[in-house]
Design a protein around this ligand. Sequence first.
Ligand SMILES: [Ca+2]
Ligand SMILES: [Ca+2]
Ligand SMILES: [Ca+2]
Length: 238
Amino acid sequence: MKTLRYLAAAAIAAGFMAAPANATTFVFKGDGLNVTPTNVGNVDDSCATSGGTSNDLCTIDDAEGFDYSLEGVNLNVKAYAGVSDFDDLSANTATRLIQDINPADSGLGAWSETDSSDDQTQFDAMEAIRFVFDEEQTVTNVEFNAGGDTNCSTFGSEGPCGDFDLYIDGAFIATITAIDNIALLGTGMDFLLVAVTEGAGFTIAQMTVGEVPVPAALPLLLSGLAGLGFASRRRKTA
Ligand SMILES: [Ca+2]
Ligand SMILES: [Ca+2]
Ligand SMILES: [Ca+2]
């Protein structure tokens, strides 16, 4: 039994030590920009002339959202308005997603307000952003901005970033305060962030994703455990 515990602890430790394989950083903001939508037929670049700024990109069919592809990682992003939880997501609640490229310190946002006093590009209360990957990913180093408040800490017309409800693969995880950089968001295929703070909001500037780490030593350890089990059975029956 002592050996089994030791091997199990080693397997867990190996899992924690393994770095995410194939880390890929999507930069949506203008500063360091490395992705624009691949479904170019759904890109409205004229949203720049209706209150946006040059180079901004908006969805035409909001329910389709924007597709991104980088280093073999495929991602679909959608924005929603008037939602309180995961069950409210539908084509009816989809809203215009903007990749706000200018100014350079913004990012992905929801452009849905009729209230012109609010920052239109940010995820304000009951607006949501959903990231769906084509395979399971661990999402790390998510950078948030709020207009001129790039560190999410200053109270004012464009900040702070406020809180959001996090759902991963449809399950509620926690209510989280958006800060400049969240080191680890979680692991899954489907990440939904529902903004909950009235009058505060955020854009998603960038994020790093990696395949879920599988420790190289784990299969070997498991075969070792199976071997021990076999050996102990043989001793019992002998
Ligand atoms: Ca803009
Ligand atoms: Ca908004
Ligand atoms: Ca920031």
